[in-house]
Ligand binder design. Structure first.
Ligand code: 5GP
Length: 120
C-alpha cells in the first residue's frame, strides 16, 4: 500500500515505530502529522505499542512547537474513514497549533467537523 507519505523522508521527529512531518497544507503554522511506519489505514487497527509510540512523538512535537511558535492552544485529531474526512489512507494524527484570533469564534473546536453543529 503506497501513499503520499511514503515519498516523504524529511522527518521532524522519529522513533522506532513512528515519525512526524509538517503538513504540506497547514491549517496553521506548525501543523504536524504523526504517522506509524507500518502501513495501516485505520487508527483503530493500531497496536498499543504503535499508539504509545505515536503519542510519545505528539508530546515531543508539542514541546517543539511551544518553543518555536508559542501557540495559545492545540487541536489533536484523527480522521478515521472517508466519511470523516480522511484523504490519505495511512493513519496520521494531526497536531494543529492554535493562535488567538486565528478564527473569529473558536467555540466548539473539533465539533466543527460538522460545521452546523460546531456551536452548542
Ligand atoms: P486527512 O484528510 O487524511 O486526515 O489528512 C491528510 C493531510 O495530509 C492533510 O492535512 C494534507 O494537508 C496533508 N498532505 C497531503 N499531501 C501531503 C504531502 O505531500 N506532504 C505533506 N507533508 N502533507 C500532505
Amino acid at each position: 500500500m503506497n501513499n503520499i507519505f511514503c515519498e516523504i523522508n524529511d522527518y521532524i521527529l522519529e522513533n522506532e515505530v513512528a515519525y512526524a512531518i509538517f503538513d504540506k497544507f497547514p491549517v496553521n503554522e506548525g501543523h504536524m502529522l504523526f504517522i506509524p511506519k507500518r502501513h495501516v489505514k485505520d487508527f483503530f487497527d493500531l497496536t498499543r505499542n504503535e499508539r504509545e509510540s505515536i503519542f510519545e512523538l505528539v508530546d515531543e512535537g508539542k514541546k517543539l512547537l511551544d518553543e518555536k511558535y508559542s501557540p495559545d492552544g492545540y487541536n489533536v485529531g484523527v480522521n478515521c474513514g472517508e466519511v470523516s474526512g480522511q484523504t490519505v489512507m495511512h493513519v496520521h494524527v494531526h497536531l494543529i497549533p492554535r493562535y488567538t484570533g486565528d478564527t473569529s469564534c473558536p467555540k466548539g473546536g473539533v465539533r466543527g467537523v460538522i460545521p452546523d453543529k460546531m456551536k452548542y
